[in-house]
Design a protein. Structure first.
Length: 145
């Protein structure tokens, strides 16, 4: 199930057939992010994650055309296995900007329901990019123990 609320926000919901701890780890482990952010073959990939309230993160990613760009921000809320809220500041693309990402994980009978919100959507590529990321996340979660 997915839906878009308000013109400036992106809200996506997914259910993954794994425990919340696995989904949480995929959001908080740099090696997992590299895979589901489609950076496995990127020579410029770099990640620093300090997952705690007030902690900072930074990512160096590669665009499909090979250009490098940076994402960084601050973790505002960290409730392990349940809620992660952080700023998303994107630089180095034609669509630079700042947003807030909210990730909520809830156990459901099928596994884990992930609710994702990006507010606002400043990059028009974001809806398609996040949908693709979540497909890769699903494949990653099926492969890991």
């Amino acid at each position: 199930m997915e839906r878009v609320l308000e013109q400036e926000s992106l809200v996506l919901t997914r259910v993954y057939a794994v425990a919340p701890e696995k989904v949480w780890r995929a959001w908080t482990d740099a090696n997992a992010l590299r895979i589901w952010f489609d950076q496995a073959d990127s020579p410029v990939w770099a990640a620093r994650l300090d997952v705690r309230p007030g902690g900072r993160y930074s990512l160096v990613l590669r665009e499909p055309d090979g250009r490098r760009y940076d994402v960084h921000g601050v973790y505002r809320e960290v409730t392990p296995q349940h809620r992660l809220v952080f700023t998303w500041i994107q630089r180095g693309t034609e669509f630079d900007g700042q947003a807030v990402v909210t990730v909520e994980l809830d156990p459901v009978s099928e596994g884990t329901q992930l609710r994702f919100r990006l507010d606002p959507v400043f990059d028009p590529r974001s809806p398609d990019a996040w949908r693709s990321d979540f497909k890769r996340l699903g494949r990653l979660l099926q492969q890991t123990d």
